[in-house]
Structure formats: C-alpha cells, structure tokens
Ligand binder design. Structure first.
Ligand code: AMP
Length: 497
C-alpha cells in the first residue's frame, strides 16, 4: 500500500530568479525543468530508529543540492507512506507530518529546479503500486536516453504525468520484467544511460544505485549497530551521527536489508567521470569526495590560480559562500590579505513572497551587501568559483566599486564554461553560456572588470590531486563521457522554443 500527502504552493526562488527576464520566469516548469535535475538523495535502513526524523536531518544537510521541493517515503515492512511538498525541508516537515511516517527504512529527496513556477507533481520520491508491492524512487542526475525510454514506455501504453526523467526511471522500474526487485533493478541499469544516483525503497529493502561513470556522488555510512545510510554527500552522514564507510562505486547496485549491504551488481564504465563541478561549486565544503575534503580542494584551486594569474592588489574578496575557500587559498599563496568584502544574507533562498519590480531591479543587492570600510580605496581581487551565464559578476563588480574599491580584478577558480551539462548540473544551453562565443577579453569588458582570468583545466585537475582521467569536465572541454546526441537535441528544442 502507498499513502501520500502532497500539497501545492507557488514558491519564489530569489537566487534562481535574480537576473532572469519576466518571460523566463513565467516559463512553465513542464517545459524548462526536464533537463535539469540537481538533487540530493538519502536512504536509511535502521530498525529501532526514527528513520523519518533521521531522513529529515539528512535532507536538511543536503538542502544545498535542491531547494525546490523535498520528500520522504518510509516503509514499515508493508506500507510505504510518503510526504512531499514544494519548499525547503524545514518548511515542509513538522512533528505532525513526521509522526505519520512510521517504519524502519526510508528514502528522502531534495529537488532543484532551474526556472519558473514548479509543481509538486515533480517532487520526489515518486511512488507507485506494482505487482511486486509498493515502490518509491529518488533520483539525482539526468538520463541521457530519457526521451527514447519515454517513447518506449508510451508505446507500451504507460501514461506519464510529468516531463521528469525521474518519473521515467520509476515507471521503467515498475514495468520491467524480473521475478524480484534485484532482477528488475539490475535490468534497469542495462536500459538507462546518463547520470543517475538512485535510492529505491521497496516494502522491505533499500537500494542504492550509482551510474557506471560515477557522475554524481553517493556514499555509504553505518549508523549504530544495525543501521545503514546512503547519501549524496558525506556531510549528511556527519549530521545524523553516521560513520562514513565508503563511496558507492560507479556502476554498483547495493541492496540493503536486515542482513546489511550487499553488492548485487557492479558494472563500471571503462573509466569513471566524477563531475568536476561537484568540487568547484556544488558539493558542500565539509563533504569528502574521493577521500578529500571539498574545502581543501577549493583552497588549492585558489592557490593554483595565483600561479596562473597573479595580480598586484591590496585585498582578496571571495563571492560568498562557495568561492570563500578559493579566496582564502588565493590570499595565502599570494600574500595579499584576505578580507570579507561581501556579506550574504544567510537566509536568502526560497520564499513564498515575490519581490516587486523595484526590488527585482536591486538584483544581487537582495542577496549581497558590501562592507564599505573594508573596500574603500582598495585594489580588490574578486574570486568567484565560476561564471555561468555571467549575470551576477557585473553587478557584483559594480557593488564593489560603489563601495569604494579602486580596482576590481576578477579571478575565477574554474575554466570558462563553454558547453552545457547534460548530466545533471544546471548549466543552461549554449546561447545562455557567456563563454560559449565570447573571448575572456570580451567577457571582461561585459562585466566591467579591470582584469579577468580563469583557472586552466590543468590547474583544476592538479588541484584535485586525483587521476585526471577520472573526471567529467565536459562543461569546460565539450568532451562528454558518452554520446549525448539525444539529450542535446532535446535541450536545444526546449530552450529554443
Ligand atoms: P552566473 O551569474 O550565471 O554567471 O552564475 C555564476 C554564479 O552562480 C557563481 O557565483 C556561482 O557560485 C553560482 N553558480 C554556479 N553554478 C551554479 C548552479 N548550477 N546553480 C546555481 N548557482 C550556480
């Protein structure tokens, strides 16, 4: 049996909407969100524990991976109960809703969407009844063959309610042949292509599935004597007091039940292709990836940048929060003092109150405020982790100049983003990427910086300290780990329409 308690709100995301045109903001989620699935997934098998509460705190730690909607599905061994809504984790769940989620195994999901109004219909976990009993699925990533899988499902008479490839994944799992879930999930991994980290809940087992390239992160932890946890990032394990055991391997399917975790399939691709953007921007700085603290790697990105693009200046300022470690690294290596020049409203994010037109024109000022005393009369090195569309850099530079900075030299701790991501990071389409058809000098002129330099691909790979062959850097190089022709065409149609 499955029960669900979703409600619908129209939420407004300040950070996502700043710099967007009114028509971009009005685009219905149906037509804009399909190719973008930056999400956080969590799963727990822990008899005797309040698994819904633990999942809540796990999702709370993974909030940065998605602020559009969140949900928790819990099984008590017979029934799966689900609660999902639009909004932030802390807005969605309260003692009352958690009380209804009783059981000993659970999955949770936080979802990110890029533009426009969105709908609870896309919120996850997706749940359904099947011949093998109830099923709930949480997905992070992008299936690059979702369009043909969709068509195949429809040809078999399956109706789909959303444009989300996560629904395609769920329907596929429900409809595949196989006498048990182990067989079906193994069969599933043979049909799908692209980036996926899945947590799957059946009435009596938790599954964790990572794509053969290991594009998105997923780790396994232990909780107390009998509990097991999987999460997109290790920070979620720390938050609930679980111990990090290992990463789920690329191409691995883990089945977790009362006997603990068991690998039921392991089919890695010829090489792994962990997303470099996880290191640069996406993952939380206190998470570990491939045995390295993200914060350390980001500091190293800043240090590398000094060797490639030194500058004579008085103060290093990072764009909060994601560029602060790189700014600290840049300051340490260059000897230029580090200072907080920009203060971010910590609570900015999703709100149910829309800013009016005048406030919208305030742009980045809604979220960042300069510290005038720090900046007045200074030649500033401004560090950001990335320039994507190029909508925030110009206004931030203006803000610094208005606060008294005499020069602003922008340094970016990643290479120019010239290609869209088809594997789950919101990188927009070719025409939206500022570096797609502009030189560094043209970008400098557009954002009105005194100088601009990006980190090189070599510098980026060096900073990770890991095998350079083990990453996906397609957004920088255009070298996708697998054929993305199908999803490329789909994105083009969606964004040019
Ligand atoms: P843009 O203004 O489009 O160039 O965006 C660059 C800024 O957005 C940088 O400060 C990044 O830290 C941040 N950023 C980079 N990637 C993303 C993403 N996928 N979603 C939201 N923000 C991002």
């Amino acid at each position: 049996m499955i029960t669900e308690s979703p409600s619908v709100y129209n939420a407004y995301d300040f950070t996502a909407q700043v710099g967007k045109t009114a028509s971009e903001m009005r685009k219905p989620a149906m037509f804009t969100d399909a190719p973008h699935e930056e999400c956080g997934v969590f799963g727990i098998y822990a008899p005797g524990e309040d698994v819904a509460r633990l999942t809540f705190f796990g999702l709370y730690a993974l909030q940065h991976r998605g602020q559009e909607s969140a949900g928790i599905a819990v099984s008590d061994g017979r029934t799966i109960n689900t609660h999902k809504e639009m909004g932030l984790v802390a807005q969605i769940f309260d003692e009352r809703s958690l009380r209804h989620l009783k059981g000993h195994l659970a999955i949770g999901h936080t979802r990110y969407s890029t533009t426009g109004s969105s709908h609870v219909i896309n919120a996850q976990p997706f749940t359904m009844h099947t011949l093998l009993g109830p099923l709930a699925v949480g997905h992070n990533g992008n299936l690059t063959n979702a369009a043909s899988l969709r068509r195949q499902l429809m040809e078999r008479g399956v109706g789909l309610m959303t444009s989300s490839d996560s629904e395609v994944a769920t329907m596929l799992l429900a409809g595949l042949e196989g006498a048990n879930w182990d067989e079906r999930i193994k069969g599933f991994t043979q049909c799908v292509e692209g980036a996926y980290c899945l947590t799957i809940l059946t009435h009596d087992a938790l599954y964790a599935v990572r794509d053969p390239w290991g594009l998105r992160p997923l780790c396994l932890g232990k909780l107390g004597a009998n509990g097991w946890v999987v999460a997109s990032e290790s920070c979620a394990l720390d938050t609930i007091g679980a111990e990090f055991v290992r990463e789920v391997e690329p191409g691995e399917v883990l089945h977790i039940d009362m006997n603990g975790p068991k690998t039921i399939a392991h089919n890695p691709a010829p090489r792994s292709a962990l997303c470099l953007f996880e290191y640069i921007y996406f993952a939380r700085p206190d998470s570990e990836l491939q045995g390295q603290l993200i914060h350390q790697v980001r500091m190293e990105l800043g240090r590398q940048l000094v060797h490639e693009a030194p500058v004579d200046a008085d103060l290093v300022v990072g764009v909060p929060d994601s560029a602060l470690p790189a700014a600290i690294g840049y300051a340490q290596e260059s000897g230029i003092p580090y200072g907080e020049g920009l203060i971010k409203n910590r609570y900015i994010g999703r709100t149910f109150i829309q800013p009016d037109q005048r406030l919208r024109q305030q742009g980045v000022a809604l979220k960042l405020n300069p510290l005038r005393d720090m900046l007045a009369g200074k030649r500033v090195v401004l560090i950001d982790d990335s320039i994507v569309r190029g909508t925030t850099s110009g206004p931030i530079i203006k803000l610094l100049r208005k606060a008294g900075a005499t020069e602003v030299h922008m340094r970016v701790s990643s290479p120019p983003i010239r290609h869209p991501c088809f594997m789950g990071v919101d990188m927009a389409s070719y025409p939206e990427l500022i570096a797609y058809n502009k030189s560094v000098e043209e970008i400098r002129q557009q954002i009105e910086a005194d100088s601009l330099a990006y980190l090189s691909m070599d510098g980026l790979l060096r900073a990770t300290g890991r095998d350079p062959q083990g990453f996906c850097g397609a957004c920088f190089t255009g070298e996708y780990p697998f054929n993305v022709a199908e999803v490329g065409k789909e994105i083009f149609e969606l964004t040019s329409g």
